[in-house]
Design a protein around this ligand. Structure first.
Ligand code: SF4
Ligand code: SF4
Length: 177
């Protein structure tokens, strides 16, 4: 079921998710404009757009905790919750790859990561295929994550002084559940 949209929020002239997201049904890679996107206006195949597109609502539309400055057309950031609920991904427009480091976004992404530690999800920043895992006190730049690679989040350290780390592994690695 689609989550309710925050009152007063709508896509308007934003079309950034049609650039930053992967759409498997039409073989659209992330970080490149969809061939069907009329930038700033919408989808040329709106009534026939893939189910993935129909189901997608970004964090700006759904979460009042993300203020108006998170409008993707302005921030150059599209916040997405993975379907399994275990990952929040901040997709960055590759044309402005450092947009996530600008304030107040960087501090707010760290804040999301702080909450994530108490909850059960992880925050990632994704720029094309490059992925950065964000934790409250540090970041792990995993570089390009290939099709045959996966990211493992694990606890390291002694009891009472553990911290979460991210490592990139081959998909067939026995450490991947
Ligand atoms: S990124 Fe969000 S606000 Fe922009 S078009 Fe996509 S769903 Fe709408
Ligand atoms: S099919 Fe339409 S809604 Fe889906 S990514 Fe392309 S332009 Fe956007």
């Amino acid at each position: 079921m689609m989550q309710a949209v925050v009152e007063g929020r709508h896509c308007g002239s934003c079309t950034l998710c049609c650039k930053v997201l992967t759409v498997e049904k039409i073989n659209k890679p992330n970080g490149q404009w969809c061939q069907h996107c009329i930038q700033g206006r919408g989808c040329a195949i709106y009534s026939d757009r893939p189910n993935e597109c129909q189901q997608f609502q970004c964090g700006y539309l759904m979460w009042p905790a993300l203020g108006p400055h998170w409008l993707p057309a302005r921030s150059k950031l599209v916040v997405a919750l993975k379907p399994d609920g275990k990952e929040i991904v901040v997709h960055v427009d590759p044309g402005v790859p450092n947009a996530w480091r600008a304030e107040p976004y960087h501090t707010e992404i760290r804040s999301l990561a702080s909450h994530a530690t108490r909850a059960t999800y992880t925050v990632f920043v994704q720029i094309g295929r490059r992925v950065i895992a964000v934790f409250p006190d540090h970041e792990v730049d995993l570089g390009i994550v290939a099709e045959d690679e996966r990211i493992l989040i694990r606890e390291v350290g002694d009891a009472g002084a553990t911290r979460r780390e991210a490592v990139k592994l081959k998909a067939n690695d026995h450490r991947i559940a």
